[in-house]
Design a protein. Sequence first.
Length: 212
Amino acid sequence: MGAHVIEEDSGCQLRWNHNSAYYPELVSDAALRGGSALDVGCGDGTLLKLLAGVCEHVVGVEVDPAAARIAAGRVADSGKVICGDFMATQDFAPESFDTITCVACLHHMPLETALVRMAELLRPGGRLLVVGLSANRTVADWLLSALMVVPARMSGWLHHEGTYQGMRVAQPRESLGEIRAVAGERLPGALVRRRLYWRYSLEWTKPFTVQS
Protein backbone atom coordinates (compact mmCIF):
# COMPACT_ATOMS: atom_id res chain seq x y z
CA MET A 1 0.00 0.00 0.00
CA GLY A 2 1.08 3.61 -0.34
CA ALA A 3 2.93 5.50 2.37
CA HIS A 4 2.76 9.05 3.60
CA VAL A 5 4.72 11.15 6.04
CA ILE A 6 2.93 12.25 9.21
CA GLU A 7 4.03 15.17 11.34
CA GLU A 8 2.55 15.94 14.74
CA ASP A 9 4.06 17.06 18.04
CA SER A 10 3.82 14.92 21.16
CA GLY A 11 5.70 14.31 24.38
CA CYS A 12 7.67 11.15 25.10
CA GLN A 13 7.30 8.96 28.16
CA LEU A 14 9.36 5.79 28.36
CA ARG A 15 7.44 2.73 29.48
CA TRP A 16 9.37 -0.35 30.57
CA ASN A 17 8.33 -3.54 28.85
CA HIS A 18 9.93 -6.62 27.28
CA ASN A 19 10.86 -4.56 24.23
CA SER A 20 11.99 -1.28 25.76
CA ALA A 21 14.28 -3.23 28.11
CA TYR A 22 16.60 -3.53 25.09
CA TYR A 23 16.47 0.10 23.98
CA PRO A 24 19.58 1.23 25.92
CA GLU A 25 21.85 -1.28 24.18
CA LEU A 26 20.39 -0.44 20.76
CA VAL A 27 20.92 3.28 21.32
CA SER A 28 24.46 2.72 22.62
CA ASP A 29 25.28 0.71 19.50
CA ALA A 30 23.84 3.37 17.20
CA ALA A 31 25.80 6.08 19.04
CA LEU A 32 29.06 4.49 17.90
CA ARG A 33 28.26 5.53 14.32
CA GLY A 34 25.81 8.43 14.57
CA GLY A 35 24.73 9.36 11.07
CA SER A 36 21.26 8.23 10.04
CA ALA A 37 19.03 5.58 11.62
CA LEU A 38 15.91 3.77 10.48
CA ASP A 39 13.52 2.17 12.96
CA VAL A 40 11.30 -0.40 11.25
CA GLY A 41 7.96 -0.72 12.98
CA CYS A 42 8.63 2.29 15.20
CA GLY A 43 5.30 2.19 17.02
CA ASP A 44 4.73 5.34 19.06
CA GLY A 45 8.30 6.49 18.44
CA THR A 46 9.83 5.94 21.87
CA LEU A 47 12.95 4.22 20.52
CA LEU A 48 13.06 6.60 17.56
CA LYS A 49 13.21 9.58 19.93
CA LEU A 50 16.11 7.98 21.83
CA LEU A 51 17.93 7.30 18.56
CA ALA A 52 17.47 10.94 17.61
CA GLY A 53 19.59 11.83 20.61
CA VAL A 54 22.64 10.03 19.18
CA CYS A 55 22.05 10.19 15.40
CA GLU A 56 21.98 13.18 13.08
CA HIS A 57 18.81 12.06 11.32
CA VAL A 58 16.19 9.40 12.07
CA VAL A 59 13.38 7.85 10.08
CA GLY A 60 10.62 5.61 11.38
CA VAL A 61 8.21 3.39 9.50
CA GLU A 62 4.92 2.45 11.12
CA VAL A 63 1.81 0.95 9.56
CA ASP A 64 -0.63 2.13 12.26
CA PRO A 65 -1.71 5.75 11.58
CA ALA A 66 -2.41 6.67 15.22
CA ALA A 67 0.95 5.40 16.44
CA ALA A 68 2.72 7.00 13.48
CA ARG A 69 1.23 10.41 14.31
CA ILE A 70 2.55 10.22 17.86
CA ALA A 71 5.96 9.04 16.66
CA ALA A 72 6.19 11.83 14.09
CA GLY A 73 5.56 14.46 16.74
CA ARG A 74 8.38 13.10 18.85
CA VAL A 75 11.01 13.48 16.13
CA ALA A 76 9.61 16.46 14.25
CA ASP A 77 12.87 18.39 14.72
CA SER A 78 15.26 15.57 13.84
CA GLY A 79 13.59 13.22 11.37
CA LYS A 80 10.34 11.92 9.99
CA VAL A 81 7.91 9.03 10.24
CA ILE A 82 6.46 7.27 7.23
CA CYS A 83 3.04 5.75 7.75
CA GLY A 84 2.93 2.61 5.64
CA ASP A 85 4.16 -0.90 5.06
CA PHE A 86 7.94 -1.16 5.22
CA MET A 87 7.96 -3.88 2.59
CA ALA A 88 5.95 -1.72 0.17
CA THR A 89 7.27 1.81 0.64
CA GLN A 90 9.65 3.11 -2.02
CA ASP A 91 10.90 6.07 0.01
CA PHE A 92 14.41 4.73 0.60
CA ALA A 93 17.47 4.56 -1.61
CA PRO A 94 19.94 1.66 -1.19
CA GLU A 95 22.68 2.16 1.41
CA SER A 96 20.90 5.09 3.10
CA PHE A 97 21.35 4.24 6.78
CA ASP A 98 24.13 3.69 9.29
CA THR A 99 21.84 1.87 11.72
CA ILE A 100 18.60 -0.04 11.23
CA THR A 101 16.63 -1.21 14.25
CA CYS A 102 13.64 -3.53 14.25
CA VAL A 103 12.05 -4.37 17.60
CA ALA A 104 9.23 -6.93 17.92
CA CYS A 105 8.27 -6.32 14.30
CA LEU A 106 10.17 -8.79 12.11
CA HIS A 107 7.65 -11.58 12.79
CA HIS A 108 4.98 -9.42 11.14
CA MET A 109 6.90 -9.59 7.84
CA PRO A 110 8.26 -12.30 5.55
CA LEU A 111 11.53 -13.11 7.31
CA GLU A 112 13.95 -13.63 4.44
CA THR A 113 12.62 -10.83 2.24
CA ALA A 114 12.60 -8.35 5.12
CA LEU A 115 16.17 -9.15 6.15
CA VAL A 116 17.39 -8.77 2.57
CA ARG A 117 15.63 -5.41 2.23
CA MET A 118 17.09 -4.11 5.48
CA ALA A 119 20.56 -5.26 4.42
CA GLU A 120 20.20 -3.39 1.13
CA LEU A 121 19.33 -0.17 2.95
CA LEU A 122 22.42 -0.27 5.19
CA ARG A 123 25.61 1.52 4.26
CA PRO A 124 28.81 -0.56 4.34
CA GLY A 125 29.92 -0.69 7.97
CA GLY A 126 26.34 -0.06 9.10
CA ARG A 127 24.60 -2.23 11.64
CA LEU A 128 21.30 -4.12 11.63
CA LEU A 129 19.93 -4.57 15.15
CA VAL A 130 16.88 -6.77 15.58
CA VAL A 131 15.07 -7.70 18.78
CA GLY A 132 12.46 -10.25 17.88
CA LEU A 133 10.16 -13.07 18.87
CA SER A 134 10.51 -16.68 17.77
CA ALA A 135 8.17 -19.66 17.81
CA ASN A 136 8.66 -22.62 20.15
CA ARG A 137 9.29 -25.74 18.10
CA THR A 138 11.60 -28.01 20.10
CA VAL A 139 11.56 -29.35 23.64
CA ALA A 140 14.47 -27.02 24.42
CA ASP A 141 12.48 -24.04 23.10
CA TRP A 142 9.54 -24.83 25.37
CA LEU A 143 11.74 -25.50 28.39
CA LEU A 144 13.71 -22.28 28.03
CA SER A 145 10.48 -20.37 27.46
CA ALA A 146 9.06 -21.76 30.70
CA LEU A 147 12.19 -20.82 32.62
CA MET A 148 11.73 -17.18 31.58
CA VAL A 149 8.35 -16.83 33.27
CA VAL A 150 9.59 -15.98 36.76
CA PRO A 151 12.28 -13.41 35.81
CA ALA A 152 9.92 -11.81 33.28
CA ARG A 153 7.11 -11.48 35.83
CA MET A 154 9.48 -10.13 38.49
CA SER A 155 11.02 -7.59 36.12
CA GLY A 156 7.59 -6.47 34.97
CA TRP A 157 6.49 -5.93 38.56
CA LEU A 158 9.66 -4.07 39.55
CA HIS A 159 9.59 -1.77 36.52
CA HIS A 160 5.80 -1.23 36.42
CA GLU A 161 5.52 -2.77 32.98
CA GLY A 162 3.36 -1.01 30.43
CA THR A 163 2.84 -0.79 26.67
CA TYR A 164 1.24 1.77 24.39
CA GLN A 165 -2.38 1.30 23.38
CA GLY A 166 -2.99 -0.15 19.94
CA MET A 167 0.21 -2.22 19.78
CA ARG A 168 -0.22 -4.86 17.08
CA VAL A 169 0.19 -8.45 18.23
CA ALA A 170 0.97 -11.50 16.10
CA GLN A 171 2.30 -14.96 16.82
CA PRO A 172 5.81 -15.60 15.52
CA ARG A 173 6.05 -18.16 12.73
CA GLU A 174 9.74 -19.12 12.65
CA SER A 175 11.70 -20.87 15.37
CA LEU A 176 15.01 -19.51 16.57
CA GLY A 177 16.74 -22.29 14.63
CA GLU A 178 14.96 -21.25 11.44
CA ILE A 179 15.82 -17.60 12.01
CA ARG A 180 19.48 -18.51 12.52
CA ALA A 181 19.49 -20.52 9.31
CA VAL A 182 18.00 -17.71 7.22
CA ALA A 183 20.27 -15.10 8.79
CA GLY A 184 23.30 -17.30 8.25
CA GLU A 185 22.49 -17.60 4.55
CA ARG A 186 21.45 -14.01 3.86
CA LEU A 187 23.56 -12.14 6.44
CA PRO A 188 26.85 -14.03 6.76
CA GLY A 189 28.42 -13.41 10.15
CA ALA A 190 25.16 -12.39 11.83
CA LEU A 191 25.01 -13.07 15.57
CA VAL A 192 21.67 -14.48 16.72
CA ARG A 193 21.21 -15.00 20.46
CA ARG A 194 18.35 -16.09 22.68
CA ARG A 195 17.60 -13.35 25.22
CA LEU A 196 15.41 -12.71 28.25
CA TYR A 197 11.68 -11.90 28.05
CA TRP A 198 11.02 -14.39 25.24
CA ARG A 199 13.14 -12.37 22.85
CA TYR A 200 16.13 -12.98 20.62
CA SER A 201 18.61 -10.49 19.22
CA LEU A 202 20.14 -10.43 15.75
CA GLU A 203 23.18 -8.24 15.12
CA TRP A 204 24.87 -7.85 11.76
CA THR A 205 27.48 -5.47 10.37
CA LYS A 206 27.33 -4.90 6.62
CA PRO A 207 30.78 -5.62 5.15
CA PHE A 208 32.66 -3.19 2.97
CA THR A 209 32.96 -4.27 -0.64
CA VAL A 210 36.39 -5.72 -1.31
CA GLN A 211 38.01 -4.06 -4.31
CA SER A 212 39.78 -6.48 -6.68
